[in-house]
Design a protein around this ligand. Structure first.
Ligand SMILES: NC(=O)c1ccc[n+]([C@@H]2O[C@H](COP(=O)([O-])OP(=O)(O)OC[C@H]3O[C@@H](n4cnc5c(N)ncnc54)[C@H](O)[C@@H]3O)[C@@H](O)[C@H]2O)c1
Length: 321
């Protein structure tokens, strides 16, 4: 199957391409603008691994560049498009909303418009658990209210879902929005808690702990995320034109316990911790229900938090050898 993955140099995009390329029948086109939101070397190293496979074709394209984007859609008849290119990060969106407007709204519009014009069978795109805002009832279900985003990032993702709904209704385009819940694992994102904690603690540096660690997150291991996405790519057309799914484990972890597990793994006696207040845009708790996606895909998350943290720390040590 010919699949386009945008954001293929990113954490989830890379991991998805890597897994899909294990099946020789899949031809994967990857695009990414390789921006410097975080370490570009990390992105280049992910791409280097993907380029070893002859079924992978990379083009450095910005999804905001509609003419280049249309060209690649025109030349290749993509069966499925997975849009993971976006400006991620809740806190950064408070100070830099423009880039979120550009990548997440203009870029997303270009992707959905190309998917419609060039008759893509299925557009799968990244949304986020942040659309639930500061909810009080858990677990979070797909039909909960999502009208009160706490960050501009969440607002852009909510817009993606609404735009996708209109395209599914008007043009009959099959769209699936994925509300990812704190994805973690090897080759992860340096701006996220696990990477930052391990990087700093292993260099005996001080870590910033927001809200004094009184957060709860539904941490979802990368292989489980990819397990769900892969199923969604190949289970075509049996669940209607417009779908939204939570991509989560269905369990919530207290951040202090998460940090203690890291400290235990790194065998640290006295970690240096800088306790900070709750940051604007941050929600206190995420805990999703994965009932809908599990029912549809028959896939269940397999990696528990202890294993996941250990795998990340092993990868980090190996990567920095
Ligand atoms: N990782 C998570 O926990 C998480 C949680 C919720 C939602 N998401 C969403 O999932 C998607 C993937 O996230 P990720 O963690 O892999 O992030 P990432 O930043 O590692 O990956 C995004 C990739 O997209 C590329 N990109 C950004 N803007 C682009 C543009 N305009 N044109 C082309 N390429 C562009 C970046 O260079 C990057 O390589 C994003 O949409 C993100 O908002 C991620």
């Amino acid at each position: 199957m010919k699949i386009l993955v945008t954001g293929c140099a990113g954490f989830i995009g890379y991991s998805l391409c890597y897994k899909l390329l294990k099946n020789k029948k899949n031809i994967i086109f990857g695009i990414d603008n390789v921006n410097n939101y975080y370490d570009v070397e990390l992105k280049k190293n992910r791409l280097k691994k993907l380029k070893k496979n002859k079924n992978f074709f990379f083009k450095k394209i910005d999804i905001c560049n509609n003419s280049k984007l249309s060209e690649i859609f025109k030349k290749n008849k993509f069966h499925t498009v997975v849009n993971l290119a976006a400006q991620a990060g809740v806190r950064n969106s408070i100070d830099n909303p423009e880039i979120y407007f550009e990548y997440n709204l203009i870029g997303f519009f270009n992707i959905i418009e190309c998917s419609r014009s060039f008759k893509v069978n299925h557009l799968i795109y990244a949304s986020t658990s942040s659309v639930y805002g500061n909810a009080t009832k858990f677990p979070l279900k797909e039909n909960n209210n999502t009208d009160h985003p706490q960050s501009f990032y969440a607002a852009t993702k909510k817009c993606n879902e609404v735009i996708a709904y209109s395209y599914s209704q008007i043009y009959n385009l099959k769209t699936t929005g994925l509300r990812f819940f704190t994805v973690y694992g090897p080759f992860g994102r340096p701006d996220m808690a696990l990477f930052k904690f391990v990087e700093k603690l292993s260099k005996s540096k001080k870590i910033d702990l927001y809200n004094n660690g009184n957060h709860y997150r539904d941490f979802t291991y990368i292989d489980d995320v990819i397990g769900y996405v892969e199923k969604l790519i190949f289970l075509q057309d049996s669940n209607g034109k417009y779908n939204i799914y939570n991509i989560c484990t269905g369990k919530t972890i207290y951040l202090k316990n998460f940090l203690n597990e890291i400290i235990k793994n790194l065998k640290l006696k006295k970690p240096k911790i800088n306790k900070l207040k709750l940051q604007t845009g941050d929600v206190k708790k995420t805990h999703g229900s994965n009932k809908e996606i599990t029912k549809f895909t028959n896939f269940k998350p397999r990696t528990n938090i202890k294993e996941g943290i250990k795998n990340f720390i092993n990868w980090y040590a190996d990567y920095n050898k």
